[in-house]
Design a protein around this ligand. Structure first.
Ligand code: ZN
Ligand code: ZN
Length: 374
């Protein structure tokens, strides 16, 4: 299933060529199959990234993609069986048959004010915030619709006249006969640059642009369970469309900062907990600090260093379903670096009792060597 090339590269629809190049370089470095762990998944991802970059870095192919979506990529630029139909309006319909609709239908918007660009905001949160869910205030600058002229660009009370060349549609059409039927070629009107209208007297607030740069603050609701790379879409909070067109969306890209105690793996959390060798040998309850406060974990007698104990349901919550991961408590047996005289006596006594050539014997022999005082 094709994905949106702008989304693949993580750039806004209005991104400059430099933005696109930068985004591509970063992604290519991160997802290169030579450096990725999962080679197979990385190869597919890398292919998609390259495909997106090939189209968006070429102004002509990008223009086609903006207008026709993926259909343009499959037949445009002189390749494939439909080469030469580049600008034909019927193009979308042909590909409709192959790709099952939707995409082509979406692309055939009626001529009208263009939608505003989508915006991207990068936000870093802590693992604890991701665990509980949170609300984060953010502030950013965007192009907002001008209140004075309601985005039209015309001074209130003055006229906006339709373009006489294109009749206000912003596009020029001409019919053409081809072996596959009649096609209508559509090009942007070069008199009004596709806007379909002329402003007689420009609005003074926005100098006729219909939009103004504005600082905007809002609070982003972050659901519990989000992960590194999660994206939150805030509809209509992107840039205002030109000439009163609909606003784009704001995408908040989340990154979760590494935690100094917990590591996340899917929904599971892993934590390393040191225990004394006495606790490991005798077993018992130990206290483990979690994001929900301390919990008690039962350690069986004879626990070896590096043993993982599963605590059900204390992992990360899932975002869209009622599920929860587990907490993996990995215990590490810590050998004391100092012993009191009494401790030493008891341990030496233990070593003697246990001394029958077993594993424990050799462990305590080594232990005695390590702490020999005289
Ligand atoms: Zn205005
Ligand atoms: Zn025109």
């Amino acid at each position: 299933m094709p994905t949106d090339y702008y989304e693949v590269l993580g750039v806004a629809r209005g991104a400059t060529e430099d933005d696109i190049k930068r985004a591509y370089r970063q992604l290519a470095r991160r997802h290169h199959p030579d450096v990725a762990e999962d080679k197979h998944a990385a190869e597919d991802r890398f292919k998609t990234i390259n495909e997106a970059y090939e189209v968006l870095s070429d102004p002509e192919r990008r223009r086609m993609y903006d207008r026709y979506g993926h259909a343009s990529n499959n037949g445009g630029a002189g390749s494939g069986p439909f080469a030469g139909f580049g600008n034909a309006e019927g193009f979308g319909d042909i590909f409709d048959m192959f790709f099952g609709g939707q995409r082509a239908a979406q692309q055939q918007r009626p001529a009208g004010p263009a939608r505003g660009s989508d915006l991207r905001y990068d936000l870093e949160i802590t693992l604890e915030e991701a665990y509980h869910g949170t609300e984060h205030p953010i502030a950013f600058t965007h192009l907002a619709g001008c209140e004075t002229c309601k985005g039209s660009g015309a001074r209130p009370g003055t006229l906006i006249s339709a373009c006489d060349r294109c009749g206000g549609s912003g596009v020029m059409r001409s019919a053409r006969q081809t072996p596959l039927g009649s096609f209508v070629t559509q090009t942007t009107c070069n008199k009004c640059n596709g806007e379909g209208q002329f402003v007689q007297s420009p609005c003074e607030t926005c100098h006729g642009r219909g939009r103004l740069e504005r600082r905007r603050s809002l609070t982003v609701k972050i659901p519990a369970g989000v992960d590194d790379g999660s994206r939150i879409r805030i509809e209509g909070s992107g840039e205002a469309g030109a000439r009163g067109g609909p606003s784009g969306d704001l995408y908040v890209y989340l990154s979760v900062a590494p935690h100094d105690r917990f590591r996340r793996d899917g929904l599971d959390l892993t934590v390393d907990v040191p225990i004394s060798f006495a606790a490991a040998a005798l077993g018992g309850k130990i206290e483990v600090e979690t994001f929900d406060g301390p919990i008690e974990v039962l350690i069986p007698a004879g626990t070896q260093s590096g043993t993982t104990h599963f605590v059900r349901g204390h992992g990360m919550p899932a975002v869209r379903r009622s599920a929860r991961g587990n907490l993996l408590v990995r215990t590490h047996v810590v050998v004391p670096s100092k012993l009191t005289r009494r401790q030493r006596e008891v341990l030496e006594e233990y070593a003697e009792i246990a001394g029958d050539g077993s594993e424990e014997r050799s462990f305590f022999d080594r232990f005695k060597d390590a702490f020999r005082v005289d």
